[in-house]
Every structure is written in structure tokens, then in C-alpha cells.
Design a protein around this ligand. Structure first.
Ligand code: NAP
Length: 257
């Protein structure tokens, strides 16, 4: 089988959906993962198939060992191959509580979903890729982690989310370091303010901030902006790079005076 195979976590909606559809158009077979939206995930699969691509929808909570195992088993069972893991699934901080009010329950949920899940799924994917590379069935592998500007910009009403995303940035460096010699590249894609369900509840706030010049590029980011960055990385124009952060944020990260 010559087509490359990708798992995109949380690809029933938003940024993950755009990444799944773009990778499928690039020629990847794609596992479309969801947690609670089977209809949305099936619609993404149908869309990919209508466009001539190949995909399956797989339910699995990335925050649970069973969910991660289901994802790996379904993907390898279907295609017997894995070239790329995109750790995209994520949740915002429930209730957006001030750090003086934050609860251990919310902390566990956000950290399990946004950091522990990607860590152990990366471990499983890397081990599967290593076995294939050693067997000569794939030449190389890639892992791409979707972090956030919240990995370095403080929002005290989303402490758990910020800490999880900061951890994901270090996780990218750890896996990049360990897997460089194994021919598996690891990258961080760092979105800014992107128009999805996640930012829906704070749309008015961000509308005003963008209008007031929050970012040098004066507009909301779109899921397709992020998907293009992932597609570019997967087009193999960065063969001597690993551990890089790709900002997709309209210039938010620039320090300005
Ligand atoms: P979204 O619109 O809320 O979509 C989230 C996706 O993740 C959905 O497909 C959802 O599946 C899935 N998901 C949630 N919890 C899951 C779990 N436990 N297991 C498996 N899948 C799960 O979010 P988004 O805005 O596209 O964000 C995607 C990623 O980008 C996240 O990691 C987010 O932190 C990051 N990000 C977003 C922004 C932004 O401005 N939007 C900015 C920076 C970074 P269901 O449909 O089944 O619930």
C-alpha cells in the first residue's frame, strides 16, 4: 500500500476537520476521531469520500487509555500502516474559572484531554511507526501537536488550559529529541485566535480585540489557515527540522511597542 495514513484526533469539527479534509486531499488515508459527535464525524468521512479520498470515523476519548487504544487498533486494523499522528483534540477550560476558584476536577479533565492524552497517544504512535520503519514498510514518521498561544500568553481564567498547552510545547521538544534519530519528526503548530465552536462563546470579546489591533494581521484565523500549515509540514519541505513551533496566529506572538 503506497498511500500514507494519518490519525487526526478531534477531527469531527473545527480545526481538526479542516486538517483531516486537507490531508485527505493531499492523498492521506485519514482516521477521523471524535468523542461525542458521531454524526459530525460521519459527515467529515462522507465529505472526504465525495472528494475521492479515503477515511474512517473512530470514536475514542483521547483522555482515556481505552479511547487511545481504540484509535490505534482501528487505524492499524483498517490500513495496517501509520505515518502521521496529529494531536489536535482539545477542550477549553470548563466554566473559565479564575485560578483562585479552579477545581481539581476541571484540572484533571483538561490535563487528561489536552496533555496526558496526546503524550500517551504519541508514545503508542511512535512505537507503531518505529516497528514499521524497522520492518521497512514506511520510510519515516511524523507527529504534529496543536498547542496554542495559551502555551505562553497568560489567561488566569483558564489556568488548566494554559498549563496543558505549555506542557504540550515541552512534550514536542521531548519527542523531537528522542525520535530524531529514529526518522520521526515532531512539530508544534501554535494557532492564535481561530473561528471555531471553541471560540464561539467569546466571539464578541475577540471581535473587539481584533478590531482594536490584537494581531498585526487584522482578522480571525480560520481552521483552513491551520490546516495549510499542517499540510505544508507534511509535504516534506522541512527534512532537516524537528521540534519547531509553527505560529499560525496573524502575528500575535510578536512583541510590539
Ligand atoms: P472545537 O471546535 O471545540 O473542536 C474540538 C474537537 O475535538 C471536536 O472534534 C471534538 O470532538 C474533539 N474532542 C474534544 N474532546 C475530545 C476527546 N476527549 N477525545 C477525542 N476528541 C475530542 O476545537 P478547535 O477550536 O477546533 O480546537 C482544536 C485544537 O486547537 C484544540 O487542541 C485547541 O486547544 C487548539 N486551539 C484552538 C484555538 C482556537 O482559537 N479555536 C486556538 C489555539 C489552539 P466531538 O465533536 O466529538 O466533541
Amino acid at each position: 500500500m503506497s498511500k500514507r495514513v494519518a490519525i487526526v484526533t478531534g477531527s469531527s469539527r473545527g480545526i481538526g476537520r479542516a486538517i483531516a479534509e486537507t490531508l485527505a486531499a493531499d492523498g492521506f488515508c485519514v482516521t477521523v476521531n471524535y468523542n461525542s459527535s458521531p454524526d459530525a464525524a460521519n459527515e467529515v468521512v462522507s465529505q472526504i469520500e465525495r472528494a475521492g479520498g479515503e477515511a474512517i470515523a473512530v470514536q475514542g476519548n483521547v483522555g482515556s487509555p481505552e479511547g487511545r487504544a481504540a484509535l490505534m487498533d482501528a487505524t492499524l486494523g483498517r490500513w495496517n500502516r501509520l505515518d502521521l499522528l496529529v494531536n489536535n483534540a482539545g477542550i477549553t477550560s470548563p466554566g473559565r474559572l479564575d485560578i483562585l476558584e479552579a477545581t481539581p476536577e476541571n484540572w484533571d479533565l483538561v490535563l487528561d484531554t489536552n496533555l496526558k492524552g496526546p503524550f500517551f497517544l504519541s508514545q503508542a504512535a511512535a512505537n507503531a511507526m518505529l516497528a514499521q520503519i524497522e520492518a521497512g514498510t514506511i520510510p519515516a514518521g511524523k507527529i504534529i501537536n496543536l498547542s496554542s498561544l495559551s502555551s505562553y500568553a497568560s489567561s488566569p481564567n483558564r489556568g488548566d488550559y494554559c498549563v496543558a498547552k505549555a506542557g504540550l510545547a515541552m512534550m514536542t521538544q521531548l519527542f523531537a529529541d528522542r525520535l530524531g534519530k529514529e526518522n520521526i519528526q515532531v512539530f508544534e503548530v501554535c494557532p492564535g485566535v481561530i473561528a471555531t465552536d471553541m471560540t464561539g462563546p467569546v466571539k464578541e470579546k475577540y471581535d473587539k480585540q481584533i478590531e482594536a489591533g490584537l494581531t498585526p494581521i487584522h482578522r480571525w484565523g480560520q481552521p483552513e489557515d491551520v490546516a495549510k500549515a499542517v499540510s505544508a509540514i507534511c509535504a516534506d519541505y522541512f527534512p532537516f527540522s524537528t521540534g519547531e513551533r509553527f505560529n499560525v496566529d496573524g502575528g500575535f506572538h510578536l512583541r510590539r511597542l
